[in-house]
Design a protein around this ligand. Structure first.
Ligand code: CO
Length: 189
């Protein structure tokens, strides 16, 4: 399956609002292929030449509901700079993720969030947990994992996890005061 801008559904498509179903493990070939095509999309979307040729909008994550399949699978691929200023790509390909713990403290991206499935611009801070712990089956490791992440990657994981619950990022923006800052939250540039 090849995912591109033509196969990604956009808000207000009703399937973006459905709660996704658990995926049976071990993965069927169909579900494995679906997972891999999600990861391939995020990887290739950040290659400017491929993105242009294959109609891919740049992304750091995508979830199965965004192609109209309400199964609990999402892919994340993020390029981060390590201590030595070298690019390190952090990737997760998660099946049946569950948020099992989180900090009380929150964080938000200072310029707000975007989404492949949302064409309208929604401005405002999207508050999320600063630190999160997920339990999931990671297809890249072929095993059950417990993931602890924070800040930017934590935000990406929570954004994709929300898709599995039928939640979109703008649901979390304060309607009356979109840029309202909170005392117990960190803003990330
Ligand atoms: Co999204």
């Amino acid at each position: 399956m090849k995912i591109n801008t033509d196969t990604i559904i956009v808000d207000p498509h009703p399937l973006l609002r459905v709660k996704s179903e658990d995926v049976p493990l071990p993965l069927s070939k169909e579900d494995y292929d679906l997972a891999m095509s999600l990861l391939t999309y995020v990887r290739e979307s950040r290659d400017p030449i491929k993105a242009e040729q294959e109609k891919l909008k740049p992304a750091v994550g995508i979830a199965a509901p965004q192609i109209g399949i309400n199964k609990k699978i999402f892919a994340v691929s993020v390029d981060m700079l390590d201590d030595k200023d070298e690019v390190e790509t952090i990737e997760y390909l998660l099946v049946n993720p569950k948020l099992i713990a989180h900090s009380k403290r929150e964080c938000a991206l200072s310029s707000g969030e975007g989404c492949l499935s949302i064409e309208e611009i929604y401005e405002g801070l999207v508050y999320r947990h600063e630190r999160v712990t997920f339990k999931a089956f990671d297809v890249l490791k072929n095993q059950e994992v417990v993931i602890k992440e924070s800040d930017y990657i934590g935000i990406v994981l929570q954004h994709e996890y929300d898709h599995l619950l039928g939640v979109l990022f703008y649901d979390r923006i304060n309607k009356t005061d979109p840029w309202k800052e909170k005392d117990n939250a960190t803003l990330i540039d």
